[in-house]
Design a protein around this ligand. Sequence first.
Ligand code: GLU
Length: 571
Amino acid sequence: MGLFKPFFFIFVFKFIIIRLLRGVFMTNKELADLIFPDITWTIEDYEKKYPNREVGSGYVTRFAPSPTGFVHIGNMMQALTDYFLARNTNGIFYLRNEDTDTKREVDSAVDKIMDVFEYVGFKPDEYEYRGEIVGNYGPYVQSERKEIYHAFIKHLIEIDRAYPCFCSAEELDVMRKKQDAKKVQPGYYGAWAKCRDLSNEDRAARIKNGESFVIRFKSMGNPNRKIQYEDLVTGVIEFPENNNDMVIMKSEDKLPTYHFAHVVDDHLMHTTHVVRGQEWLPSVPLHIEMFTAFGFEIPKYIHNCLLLKQDNGVRRKISKRKDPEALMEYYVEKGYPSIAVIESLMTILNSNYEEWRDNNPDKSYLEFEFNPTKVGTTGALYDLEKLDNISKNIISKMTKDEVYDALYKYASVYDQEFAKIISENEEMTKAILNIEREQEKPRKDFACWSDVRKSIWYMFDALYKPETYEWGKISGRDDIKSVVDLYISKYYNENDDKDTWFDKIKACSTELGYAANMKEYKANPDAYKGNVADISTVLRVALTSKSQTPDLYWIMKLLGKERILARFEQI
Ligand code: GLU
């Protein structure tokens, strides 16, 4: 009994002290409940709601743009990488709308993205569009995931890895200026992080008092220590640890910042590979610290290179303000076949793609074996001339019917006058499009559908109103007339085959004092006024007003006698 007494008193004493302290000190859990009184789901509940995906070794990738109302060609390259990796490995490709920055948001932005996806033929496996959610890991719009983020932030507050910060914009501005003047690391850390060590009681009092606050992540990092991180593109990189207490929840709308939303979403949606622009590389230490704070597996990262443009001898970033080709709309409006855009981006994404393409001309790009170490680590030159060449090559391999259908589809949206004209002359249009096509070495003249009208307008009477004629060596009116008159009266016959037609042009040339072939002309140039090419040029320009056209024989065949006579009359 004598021994029992002191234990009894110690027990009662401890009980009273704890009770008293509880009244004075506030636990993190109590603070978290005060900030998020309505959040009842825990992170474990969400883990259960979004279980592991059954994709085996397939990659889970996402395209996660901010809804700014345009799709930059650099974003397209990321989307292509995402789509490609998922399709190539039988994985999942999903679309997530990162709309937490409401200041930059544009209403029709998702429509724009879906339009671009339709253009390039990317169908996401999971997405949210016009209120419909497809997939079990949604919502796929960040502003609709607020409760989820709050549950995860609540958890961080409970485990002492996040706290409310009451610093005003002005205070932060003063802090930044002081840091600037002292030339020290900018940010909210160490002695600069004024709200980091407030007591929970102070915090609670200020919250109850209606002060506005953000939530900051409480970093445990030390920049004197290094972390190693392996990017699939750059390989292993060493970074100083993050020590910046970054904002993870904003005050006005209580939405998370990109850094936090990315961690939560890519975890819950089970993204295996995060593909994004190189501008996010410096944030990697922060992201790794957050994944680690939750005990989550860190996804693999592919930081794609920036796209550059050669401008007056200097390489600079492609800019949406200066360069129309920076936006995907440009390609849609010009009428590039989307596969040409994809192919040109693939050549940038992997340095061995072109070689593979040369060896496998008929395979789909999706069969290519992507190697992230072959992605450029610095900027890559994005070259429109190269795109044109790729596109010309692709179009040259299409049949006349394929070209006609694609052209008509394009023109029905972007050039209705032309759509009407070609549909009223469908057979002739196909025949025009077939000049030097569907043969072993086809003509490579169109890079995009808007090129077609510019190149064949003169074949349609409705459009044939030449303002100028691109005459060549023979440009005097009388000389032109004498070529045309002799040819039409003595040599032209609409039923001639190609060889006879050409023999007659040669004969006409000889009669006019021009060499019938180049060899004769070169051997004795002084003996002639010129050569057969000069005569053909006169006929070509007289009929089309252009000096460059597809094969003249076919142009004459398709124009027919009546129109030929009428056009000769016109000059
Ligand atoms: N919303 C971010 C952006 O548009 C996405 C970055 C990412 O893909 O993680 O830059």
